[in-house]
Design a binder for this molecule. Structure first.
Ligand SMILES: Nc1nc2c(ncn2[C@@H]2O[C@H](COP(=O)(O)OP(=O)(O)OP(=O)(O)O)[C@@H](O)[C@H]2O)c(=O)[nH]1
Ligand SMILES: [Mg+2]
Ligand SMILES: [Zn+2]
Length: 363
């Protein structure tokens, strides 16, 4: 049976929420289901979704309890809600295909799973405050994460009003991030807000990423023109207070959507070797002095780590915790590689299938 595209798929509100023909085609086998976009996370499988009729609660279907956590509907995802209800609440039965999905790998020292930070985004604003010393390496990690999701990153240097040398700082960041747009921004002076808005056409979704206290929610409020999101002053040491605790997708008055995220407490694998170098700088330095670059610090001759252990300049405890973290990280890296390869294989299978099903006219 071949269904034509259901009439409700052409609803203008769906388009404003980011709906497109690919989603419509993917949803065509469920012509009576209601398309909805997840706008807010929640407890016990109850999420807030946006539909043609506005926001409402929806429940995750039971089968999502048994799948990989990254395959469960997350904020930004498109889902289909069936006709049945449980306690008067509709059930999200189908997760529609994603694009531009930013997934954080699990923190190295915890038994937790990878996490979808934002689904179906077109552009990612990596917010970096200008009033703190730049951390190019950390920014590189953010950019790598965004690129690897197939999303275009834009660096937003926030709080320009707090930095008299804003222009010089921006030049430094630009020099270190070739090919990425850098916007100098201040919600106090309004500088850069138009450049940010230029990325937000109707139906387009931007995610705000960056450390706690960077100014993500403040920027979202400026784009919204209202104080919808809570914001919080940073601490004496410049660190944020983790004011935002839930991902949230918001429609902007001029069209487009913005997805605010909490500043990450732990950065996960993609930041893990920086964390390792910072936490175990002394041991890493020793390891760098080993004769062989790929020294496993076991039986190799010229191992500086073992030498330090033997002469007592490195304690057994410190060596052990370094070694443990290092092994967990290597394990995660292998897992991530495998996931990436599997995801790529899935993508190619879909593309090849689409090419078979829709051969172009001139072939
Ligand atoms: N002067 C100045 N302060 C800003 C600007 N943008 C944000 N801030 C301040 O920075 C602090 C942190 O802002 P938030 O928007 O809460 O930061 P966040 O990135 O959402 O932080 P989390 O929700 O914790 O991840 C607040 O006190 C804001 O008022 C700006 O352009 N200029
Ligand atoms: Mg916030
Ligand atoms: Zn060694």
């Amino acid at each position: 049976v071949r269904h034509d595209r259901p009439v409700h798929h052409d609803h203008p509100v769906l388009r404003e929420l980011g709906w497109d023909d690919l989603l419509s085609a993917a949803a065509a086998e469920h012509p009576t289901a209601t398309p909805a976009r997840v706008s807010r996370g929640g407890r016990d499988g109850l999420l807030t979704v946006e539909t043609v009729d506005g926001a409402r609660l929806a429940r995750l279907a039971a089968r999502f309890r048994r799948v990989d956590p990254t395959d469960v509907p997350a904020v930004g995802d498109w889902v289909l809600i069936g006709d049945e209800t449980v306690d008067g609440i509709g059930v999200m039965d189908v997760l529609l295909p994603r694009r531009g999905t930013i997934i954080r790998q699990a923190p190295a020292d915890r038994g937790v799973d990878a996490q979808v930070l934002a689904a179906n985004v077109d552009v990612a604003f990596v917010v970096v405050p200008l009033d703190l010393p730049a951390n190019q390496r950390r920014l590189d990690r953010w950019l790598a994460l965004v690129w690897s999701a197939g999303v275009t990153p834009v660096v937003v240097l926030s709080k320009a009003d707090e930095q008299p040398e804003a222009a010089a700082a921006a030049i430094d960041v630009e020099a270190g991030t070739i090919g990425v747009e850098v916007i100098v921004c201040s919600v106090v002076s309004g500088e850069g807000l138009d450049a940010v808005r230029a990325h937000l056409a109707p139906g387009r979704t931007a995610v705000l990423l960056g450390a706690s206290g960077a100014g993500k929610s403040t920027l979202a409020n400026a784009l919204l023109g209202t104080e919808t999101l809570a914001t919080g002053a940073v601490r004496e040491d410049g660190r944020g207070r983790h004011t935002t605790t839930n991902r949230e997708l918001l429609r902007l008055p001029g069209g487009g959507l913005v997805l605010d995220t909490p500043g990450l407490r732990e950065l996960g694998l993609w930041d893990a070797d920086e964390g390792l170098a910072e936490t175990f700088g002394d041991v890493e330095e020793l390891a760098a002095a080993c004769r062989f670059a790929d020294c496993a610090h076991a039986t190799e001759p010229g191992c500086a780590v073992r030498a330090a252990l033997e002469d007592g300049s490195l304690t057994a405890e410190r060596h052990e915790s370094w070694d443990k973290l290092r092994r967990e990280q290597a394990h995660l890296a292998r897992k991530q590689d495998l996931r990436l390869r599997q995801a790529q294989q899935r993508t190619w299978k879909t593309i090849h299938k689409a090419m078979r099903d829709h051969p172009s006219k001139d072939r």
